[in-house]
Design a protein around this ligand. Structure first.
Ligand code: NOJ
Length: 733
């Protein structure tokens, strides 16, 4: 995000004409308040939903009939800088009020949670990351930008780039998984896709990278819980994706809910001022997470709301999401001098700069023709991208005796409530999908011409019908069981202590397997599940996640062999939940896990992953050979030959790992350094090259300093974080 000299001058001139109240107004974000239409207070309604007194559907109905306050008067009075609304006509109305009826005519920045697509819902991020396809990451982000801008949204609360290594945490679904390099490439591509197409102001939005920082490290995987870690871990694991996003010019950042080493991120001056705005050079602004300034009182770091507001402003928190604390307290504090005017001016300068960069002062409106065009339905190109993303995100975990792909001649019994529910395909944080666009697995198989009979038999919630399961087995050549989690079982506030298949789904699988017929499990879920039992008993497992609106098309294409699965896991899968947190790039221990007693292991479960990061099978097979490495100038050049040794065309994702064999700090057993998608026809071979700059081989120490240390390095190129060809090299820098 760069501004011209003229744009910077415009911001300064405007700032010079603003009253203190107007400045504080810019630092305030509102969302529509629910003011009535139901008989109980809104907080009570949420509790009723949470404890099951009302269903999701009833809640939706109540909300649809509720009256909303869109804060028109506050906008008119210059008390609102940002809104959160996804209705294009409402947004036009609010922008008109801001532009024409407020004293200075400052447009609103309109934010919304567009995490994995808008109306075109793509796979959840943990799934999309399995494609290891930077071009896809960028394309889906760009389409999300275009669709949201067509709805008056010019600021996406995305990408979510929290490294996450504990699958008990429900929000693992929203981010690109456990690896800092994959997370950084994902972050860069998302920023490019959201922000870089300025061919029309309707083609880009401001990104909001979140959640800064270490939210994914919440203790015991419980959402909003405390985090603590060493500086080197913060710099090597949790900060890289944010650094990358800032280098790519991300316009804004959302601070995380959690405290880090005792200081909530919301009021953490070191994180916001020294690292984010100083070291990383954020040009735009920082917004709090919802209600987070107020939560500093519950954290016990502020005595009251006023104190929380002062601390947040001083720490560099530019915009308050949803508490009104800035609105209520900053004026008096600025007049007293507790919050210096420079702090307020800096925040407002940053906010106005993003608005200028977005072109909002020229035209913040959505043309009526564009609104009407989207009302007609999704363009085919959008649907096509949803299909491509879904195809590339599936991971074939297991395929004994080539059970998959199935043939169109086979009689398939399709089992599981999830298989026939178009409302479940999008996953957590999908807010703008329409049912008419969503394809369930059942609909996908039927449309693809499979011979399929459907038997619900139950799902993640509620009872299962074992007699129906027996009937499903009677008439089948093969059984496809769609099992997993509902979309509400992952995402925010959806941590689980038991990450096995919820409900009685394992029992259902057991019953199906008892028939002796071949069983394929299609997993539909938002987190790495603990699959020890399934891996032992079910012959074929396809990880399909929540793949977005075209889920059914993609799963059908994979099951029937029209698409050859190519995804590789962006997160490690455990045998049992007790292994969490689990990740491939863990620091070396003095006693690496082995079969012998006094090593880093468990008595009752394996010490390593069931399916490690980078794992994923194909309907064909690939062989790696002839790995070479040469130092050329300030780079290492790696080459390797990959051959398709099977009978189908396929895409292999080749992965380059490094181990710093001995260093001044304990380093990971393996670290991903690069990856490449390689398409190969049957029998075809390709020589691929990775070029790694020498300065990519370092790490951050406990002062946050980057170190390149001479010594021995081990490099591995292969199909996963567990296998491959290796070479060692002694390097001096
Ligand atoms: C809370 C979530 O943590 C954040 O990711 C989201 O963007 C905001 N609420 C706004 O909905």
């Amino acid at each position: 995000m760069t501004l011209t000299q003229e744009q910077k001058q415009f911001v300064e001139d405007l700032l010079g004409r603003m009253t203190l109240e107007e400045k504080i107004g810019q630092m305030n974000q509102e969302s529509p308040s629910i003011v009535g239409g139901f008989d109980v207070p809104f907080s009570e309604l949420i509790e009723m939903l949470t404890d099951g007194r009302i269903s999701q559907e009833e809640f939706g109905r109540i909300m649809a009939s509720a009256k909303q306050d869109l804060h028109e008067d506050d906008i008119r009075a210059g008390r609102v800088g940002s809104m959160m609304v996804n209705d294009p006509r409402q947004n036009n109305t609010l922008q008109k009020i801001a532009m024409e009826e407020s004293r200075l005519g400052i447009p609103l920045i309109i934010g919304f949670d567009v995490i994995h697509g808008f109306r075109s819902v793509f796979p959840i991020a943990i799934a999309e990351a399995c494609s290891f396809d930077d071009d896809l990451f960028e394309s889906t982000a760009h389409m999300a930008a275009v669709e949201s801008r067509a709805h008056g949204i010019n600021w996406n609360f995305a990408p979510m780039i929290d490294a996450a290594r504990d699958s008990r945490w429900g929000r693992v679904s929203e981010g690109p998984g456990e690896d800092p390099l994959l997370g950084s490439r994902f972050a860069r591509a998302k920023i490019r896709g959201l922000q870089n197409d300025h061919s029309s102001p309707l083609n880009y939005v401001a990104a909001c990278t979140k959640h800064f920082v270490a939210y994914g490290a919440c203790e015991s995987g419980r959402d909003y819980n405390t985090t603590s870690m060493s500086v080197s871990q913060l710099y090597n694991v949790y900060l890289p994706a944010f650094r990358a996003a800032m280098e790519e010019g991300a316009a804004t950042v959302m601070a995380a809910f959690n405290d880090l080493n005792g200081v909530p991120c919301t009021v953490n001056r070191h994180l916001l001022r020294d690292i984010l705005k100083g070291e990383f050079g954020l040009e735009g602004f920082v917004v709090s997470d919802a209600n987070a300034i107020r939560e500093c009182v519950s954290h016990g770091i502020a005595e009251d709301e006023r104190d929380a507001g002062v601390q947040a402003a001083l720490a560099g928190m530019d915009m308050d999401m949803g508490t009104h604390i800035y609105l209520e307290h900053l004026k008096a504090e600025a007049e007293k001098g507790t919050v210096p005017m420079e702090v307020i001016d800096e925040a407002v300068r940053r906010i106005l700069s993003v608005k200028v960069w977005l072109g909002l002062f020229e035209d913040p409106f959505v043309p009526e023709e564009l609104i009407a065009a989207y009302e007609k339905g999704l363009p085919e190109a959008h649907v096509g991208l949803c299909r491509r993303a879904a195809n590339e995100s599936m991971v074939l975990l297991k395929n004994d005796n080539h059970l998959l792909p199935l043939s169109r001649g086979q009689k398939i019994s399709l089992v599981g409530n999830l298989a026939d529910n178009p409302d479940e395909v999008c996953g957590a944080w999908a807010m703008a999908w329409k049912r008419e666009d969503c394809v369930s697995v059942r609909a996908g198989l039927e449309a693809a011409g499979a011979q399929v009979s459907y038997y619900p038999c139950g799902g993640p919630e509620g009872e299962i019908d074992l007699e129906e399961a027996d009937r499903a087995c009677e008439n089948a050549d093969v059984i496809v069981a769609v099992v997993g989690e509902t979309d509400a079982m992952s995402g925010e506030a959806s941590s689980r202590t038991d990450t096995t298949l919820p409900g009685r789904q394992r029992e259902l699988l057991e019953r199906l397997l008892r028939s002796g017929k071949p069983v394929v499990a299609v997993l539909m879920n938002g987190r790495p599940l603990a699959l020890g039992w399934e891996a032992e008993h079910v012959p074929a497992i396809l990880e399909a996640w929540h793949l977005g609106i075209r889920m059914g098309d993609a799963v059908a294409a994979a099951l029937l062999g029209d698409v050859n699965p190519s995804g590789k896991l962006s997160s490690s899968f455990p045998y049992v939940t007790g292994q969490c947190p689990l990740y491939y790039n863990h620091p070396s221990t003095g006693r690496p896990g082995s079969k012998s007693k006094f090593t880093s292991r468990y008595l009752d479960a394996p010490w390593d992953a069931l399916y490690p990061f980078g794992h994923g099978l194909s309907y064909t097979s690939f062989a790696y050979d002839d790995m070479q490495v040469h130092k050329i100038g300030q780079c290492l050049e790696f080459t390797v030959r990959i051959r398709n040794t099977g009978e189908r065309a396929g895409t292999e994702i080749a992965q380059l790992y490094m181990q710093d064999v001995s260093a001044s700090l304990v380093r990971p057993v393996r670290e991903l350094k690069d990856y490449r998608r390689v398409e190969l026809k049957p029998g075809e071979e390709k020589k691929i090259t990775f070029v790694l700059p020498l300065d990519a081989l370092g790490f951050y120490d406990n002062e946050g300093k980057y170190r390149l240390e001479d010594g021995l390095f081990r490099f591995t190129i292969g199909p996963s974080s567990r296998e491959g060809l290796s070479k060692e090299l002694r390097l001096t820098f």
